[in-house]
Structure formats: C-alpha cells, structure tokens
Design a protein around this ligand. Structure first.
Ligand code: SF4
Length: 217
C-alpha cells in the first residue's frame, strides 16, 4: 500500500477515535501554556498539570512569575525532571517577555525559539495551539508511531516532521499531531508492539509479518 493511502486510513481512523482534541496541558492563556510546555520536557503532562495547578494560582503572568523568583518557582516544580534548569528558564523567559515583548507571548517561531527553554517542538506547540498556525510538533509518540506506520524512517525528529508535513494536508496538522499523541498514549505505547496488534496496522499493513523496530527521538 502506498504511503499516501496509509495516511488516509490513519486520518480517518484517528478522526473516529478522537473527533475532539482538547489541549492536554492545563492553562488559562498563551503565557501559562508556554510555561506548561517548557515544563513538560521529559515529564508527563499529568505531572505537569498537577504541579502547575498550584504554580499558576500564584503566578499566571510574566510579572508575577518574575516576582516569585527562581527558588520559589523551584519549590513548586521540584518533582519534575530537570527542575533546576526549568526554574531558571521559567524565570528568565518571563523576564525577557517583560523586557522585550511587553509581557506578551510572541507569535513567531524565531522569537519563541530565542526564549530560554524553548526549542522548535515547544515553539511548534505554542504556534499550533495558541496562534492556530499549522505546525507539526514531533514528540516521542509521534516519532515512534510515524515509523511504525511507515511514514518516516526515524532518522531524526526533524526528518519525521518534514515527512509528516509532506504526507498530511496542512489543514489537518494541528489536530492530527494531538490525535497521534493520544493514540500513542492509549494504544501504541513505547513498551513495544510488533506492529501487528491493532486495527490501524492491520489496515495499513495487512500482510505484515516482520516485527517493527523504531528509532528513539
Ligand atoms: S499494531 Fe502496534 S504498532 Fe501498530 S498501531 Fe497498533 S499498537 Fe501501534
């Protein structure tokens, strides 16, 4: 089956399973979503939501976050991986937003990626979920499933992003990346699947015999 045909099956199956795609990270605006995404690196959204529930009660804008200070930010997020670095990034990012952007989250990739703790994936999530700019942030789930579905060779997340943007219609990117993440969490987990277990692979690879091995992100 051609890649384009597989992509059409994947789109329709994911749309049936996840017609609605609520943003998994709790937030009350662009700033708190940006911070939540920065904090979610190498952590689960569940844990981030648990900790930001308290953090955002005291600091849900750059001014309050700067006033809170690095040590207090750390107290709220210390259960997260890389929490020391994330505390510094959260503080410095908030300071730069106040100094350079009047406290407003900028809406370009360049400006976002110039902020501490904000890489291309984080910038893509914000551009997609805050500013509704078509983007395809590739996280570990998307990188793994795209390989299992034969949409990319897994060489790198940059290559995976390029391949997915080529195969899927731009109008679907913002929704599709969340649908793939939801499927990766619920059905197609990292704990391994030989690529023959569930209906998606049975449809896109009906004759698959060989176990699928994927490259990590
Ligand atoms: S068969 Fe396995 S690899 Fe394929 S989509 Fe299902 S869970 Fe994922």
């Amino acid at each position: 089956m051609k890649k384009i045909d597989r992509s059409k099956i994947i789109i329709s199956e994911l749309q049936k399973l996840y017609p609605e795609t609520p943003i998994p990270l709790n937030h009350n605006g662009p700033f708190t979503l940006l911070i939540a995404v920065v904090l979610s690196a190498q952590s689960t959204d569940k844990k981030v939501n648990e900790l930001t529930e308290e953090l955002f009660k005291v600091a849900d804008n750059p001014k309050k976050m700067v006033n809170l200070g690095i040590d207090n930010i750390y107290k709220y997020i210390k259960q997260l991986g890389l929490s020391r670095q994330k505390s510094k990034n959260t503080y410095n990012l908030s300071k730069i937003l106040l100094e350079k952007y009047n406290g407003i989250v900028p809406n370009t990739f360049e400006e976002l990626e110039s902020l501490p703790g904000v890489g291309h994936k984080t910038a893509s999530v914000v551009m997609s979920q805050v500013f509704n700019v078509p983007s395809f942030p590739v996280d570990t789930h998307i990188h793994r499933l795209s390989q299992r579905w034969g949409l990319t060779n897994g060489k790198s997340v940059i290559q995976t992003e390029k391949d997915l943007k080529r195969i899927f219609p731009m109008s679907l990117w913002n929704k599709l990346h969340l649908q793939i993440i939801f499927y990766g969490r619920e059905y197609c987990t990292a704990r391994g699947c030989d690529g023959t277990k569930c209906f998606i692979c049975k449809k896109v690879y009906p004759n698959r015999k060989k176990k699928v091995v994927t490259q990590k992100a």
